[in-house]
Design a binder for this molecule. Structure first.
Ligand code: NDP
Length: 331
């Protein structure tokens, strides 16, 4: 059983020797447990935060532990009454080829309805994050102007398309002309801003002339500052993540112009998607319907390899090399 374990706490960018590649014998399932073979591993920016030894919404991954990760597995042997060989299951099973589970936190999926990768993306954690972040925290209303950063990523592509399905004007911010073309030409965004090539402040003045009602922030840093300058009255700023800050060796850069919240009577609120777990099924139903009627297009970036490719694949998120949901499919 090939596994990726945390060898050392990274400082700044994660390096190859922060990981240990190990092989262990595959265990047999005890009574009430099943064994599964990993098919697909989810890569998430949040993983960077789980490596730091500081208080957060989950405890850090311990040194020597198998790296925490969401994945889809196929049950290969079972002594659990509810699981049979061949069942496809999603859960937090870690970066390893085989896992023994008692079923806690595991959910059976129907891969005849959607491919396994989609249960890690549009119908999984990123889809839920977009849905509840936008509709609950962002309290989105029809006809409003929504701006989302990290727009061509797993969460961002869903945020923009859900906002379009709800009748909003949507502006995406992403890196590079190809990602921007994808947003407007394929995913139905009204406009896209290439933050690597354009001055985001100026571009927002052009694309959101009446101000931003909901800013969905995936990146933090300078882009957050630029969005704050253009808030409309009673705007909502959804603090989903701040990937531009995750590899910092210095303190996180806070907004320098937060007093626009005061002037615009705006609100800025963070959230953790796991708090909505009881409502996932309802959201997944609505998202499935949008996928079916073509209002949402699923964007996935599948890398094929082995668990040993996990460290390199994770770095793709921080280099902007993924389009849509990044997953590692095991050969
Ligand atoms: P993505 O698929 O969006 O991948 C990350 C993207 O971030 C890259 O493709 C890249 O796109 C962009 N990026 C990387 N570095 C920078 C930078 N320095 N400045 C600006 N953009 C950068 O990841 P996810 O959709 O999975 O996650 C998006 C955000 O949502 C993250 O911040 C994550 O932590 C957060 N999140 C929060 C949850 C919650 O419960 N609050 C749950 C799930 C995710 P580009 O080429 O455009 O730069």
């Amino acid at each position: 059983n090939r596994q990726i374990r945390l060898a050392a706490r990274p400082v700044g960018e994660v390096k190859a020797d922060d990981w240990e590649h190990r092989s262990e014998p595959v265990e047999e399932p005890g009574l009430g447990c099943f064994v599964g073979r990993t098919r697909m591993i989810s890569l998430d920016p949040a993983m960077r935060g789980w490596l730091d030894d500081r208080p957060s919404y989950l405890p850090p991954v311990g040194i020597g532990e198998v790296m925490r990760a969401g994945s889809v597995i196929e049950v290969t042997a079972s002594q659990h009454p509810e699981y049979r060989p061949g069942d496809q299951v999603v859960g937090t099973f870690g970066v390893q080829e085989y896992v023994v589970s008692d079923g806690k936190g595991a959910v059976k999926i129907d891969t005849s309805l959607a491919p396994p990768s989609t249960y890690l993306g549009a119908l999984g954690m990123p889809g839920m994050t977009a849905y509840f972040g936008l509709l609950d925290v962002g309290a989105l209303k029809e006809g409003e102007t929504v701006v989302v950063s990290g727009a061509a990523g797993a969460v961002g592509t869903m945020v923009g398309q859900i906002a379009k399905a709800k009748g909003c004007r949507v502006v995406g911010i992403a890196g590079g002309p190809d990602k921007c073309a994808l947003l407007t030409d394929e995913l139905g965004f009204d406009a896209a801003i290439d933050y690597r090539a354009e001055d985001v402040r100026k571009a927002l003045r052009r694309e959101a002339p009446d101000g931003i009602d909901v800013y969905f922030d995936n990146v933090g840093g300078d882009i957050l500052d630029a969005a704050l300058t253009r808030l409309a009255m009673h705007a909502r700023v959804v603090v989903c993540g701040a990937i531009s800050q995750y590899n910092n060796e210095t303190p996180v850069k806070g907004p320098s112009n937060y007093l626009t919240l005061l002037v615009r009577r705006a609100r800025m609120e963070g959230f953790v998607v796991f708090d909505y777990a009881k409502q996932y099924a309802r959201a997944a139903q609505e998202i499935s319907a949008w996928i079916e009627d073509g209002r949402i297009k699923v964007k996935e970036h599948v890398v094929r390899g082995t668990v040993d490719d996990f460290p390199e694949t994770l770095q793709m998120l921080f280099r902007g090399e993924n389009v849509g949901k990044l997953v590692l499919e095991l050969a």
